[in-house]
Design a binder for this molecule. Structure first.
Ligand SMILES: Cc1cc2nc3c(=O)[nH]c(=O)nc-3n(C[C@H](O)[C@H](O)[C@H](O)COP(=O)(O)OP(=O)(O)OC[C@H]3O[C@@H](n4cnc5c(N)ncnc54)[C@H](O)[C@@H]3O)c2cc1C
Length: 370
């Protein structure tokens, strides 16, 4: 049977799904992205918060920045930079030792450039979701990925079982599409029945992940006792990183300084072992926010109480293994199914971009071989 690939569905608008969608659309393929969340970005999201007195605050509460080394990723980053979607974040990074209670190192010049999205980390995903040839449907969770053998097509369905269309190829850009972990979180089976793609199943049975809590803080004055705007914690079982969101390009505000704290994986695992993975009550998140803030404050950094403080849980912040480092994604040619994401290559934005590119390349290869 002749294979025609003109319509592709991408599940997820994180950076791997968005890069894949954009790359396919630029090659003339019509792409529909389905995204559970209200907006694009996945773990590169930007969170908007409104305080009780109506102040608007923005936090990059997932990846705070990214670096790029691979030439294909650099080419894309240069394109984004030219369009004003990313900029270099020129702040130095430090290390704070919680036992010595002092900064023990400040990064030297010449280390990898740190890039951030403009005006938020999700800027590139947002732009790619709106490129010609890409249609993005937010607030749409794919509940089932059905393969129609007789029609040789994919038929994704939403959580109510309503069909979302028919597609020649399918890209799943989140391991939760296949992971049994999704059942622990939602009580539903994962959307893709792995018996459909038996050769890929062993790679995906259990992708271990590291969790992380982040806490978003807003202060009415700049934290001038801190000499750097981004630093790692040494000798803390609670905190791993602190980032001053307001010091990134195009984010400053005259009335507040926003910071984001990241917990250690060890701390997050401890909380999750007590609470489970289902939706957390707000009292648990408030406790987490308080504990992380107290650790931040405990370190003799002379930090005042913030006027805004909120915690967020990333149950699967970082995959602990890479399942397709060489091939960049998992690919079933017969059913034209690509599974991509950072868990295929490396647990960062660059790995996710390479994986999205890899998924698009596999689909383009079958189109050009027809
Ligand atoms: C706290 C934190 C700090 C980080 N720090 C850094 C850093 O400093 N540098 C760096 O490079 N990287 C960092 N990362 C990692 C980086 O954010 C990720 O590697 C990258 O964003 C992963 O992109 P992705 O497209 O693979 O997955 P995701 O961004 O997770 O995208 C997957 C998308 O699929 C959607 N989805 C899943 N299932 C469905 C479904 N059934 N239906 C519809 N939509 C669905 C999800 O909602 C999500 O939007 C950090 C991540 C976190 C959480």
């Amino acid at each position: 049977m002749k294979t025609v690939v003109s319509k592709v569905a991408v599940v997820g608008s994180g950076i791997s799904g968005a890069v894949c969608a954009s790359s396919l659309a630029r090659n003339g393929v019509s792409v529909t992205i389905f995204e559970s969340a209200r907006g694009p970005g996945g773990r590169m999201s930007t969170r908007r918060e409104i305080t009780e007195d109506g102040k608007e605050l923005y936090f990059d509460h997932g990846a705070p920045y990214f670096t790029a080394n691979h030439k294909d990723v650099m080419a894309l980053v240069c394109e984004w930079e030219a369009k004003g979607l990313v900029a270099e974040w020129k702040e130095s990074t430090g290390i704070f030792d919680c036992v010595a209670t002092k900064f023990i190192g400040i990064e030297k010049e010449g280390s990898s450039k740190k890039y951030v999205g403009i005006p938020g980390m999700n800027a590139m995903c947002r732009a790619m979701c709106h490129e010609p040839g890409v249609e993005a449907k937010f607030g749409t969770t794919v509940g089932t990925l059905q393969w129609l053998e007789d029609k040789n097509l994919w038929s994704p369905k939403d959580l109510d079982g309503k069909t979302l269309g028919h597609f020649d190829a399918m890209v799943a850009s989140d391991k939760n599409v296949v992971s049994p972990r999704v059942t622990a979180v939602t009580g539903r089976p994962p959307p893709l029945d792995m018996s459909l793609v038996q050769e890929l199943a062993p790679k995906l049975e259990e992708v271990p992940v590291l969790p992380c809590f982040c806490v978003m803080l807003a202060f009415s004055e700049p934290l001038s006792s801190i000499p750097v705007r981004s630093f790692a914690f040494k000798n803390s079982t609670v905190l791993s990183w602190a980032f001053c969101n307001s010091s990134k390009p195009e984010r400053s505000s005259s009335t507040s300084e926003c910071w984001v704290l990241h917990s250690t994986a060890e701390y997050a695992k401890r909380v999750i072992s007590q609470t489970g993975l289902q939706k957390l009550p707000s009292s648990v998140l408030s406790n987490v926010a308080e504990e992380l803030f107290q650790e931040f404050q405990r370190n003799e950094l002379n930090i005042p109480r913030p006027f805004f403080m909120r915690a967020h849980r990333w149950g699967s912040a970082f995959p602990a293994i890479a399942v397709a480092e060489d091939k960049k994604c998992l690919w079933d040619r017969s059913k034209r199914l690509a599974i991509c994401g950072d868990f295929c290559v490396s647990p960062n934005v660059e790995g996710a971009i390479l994986s999205g590119m890899g998924a698009a390349a596999n689909i383009m290869a079958i189109i050009s071989s027809i």
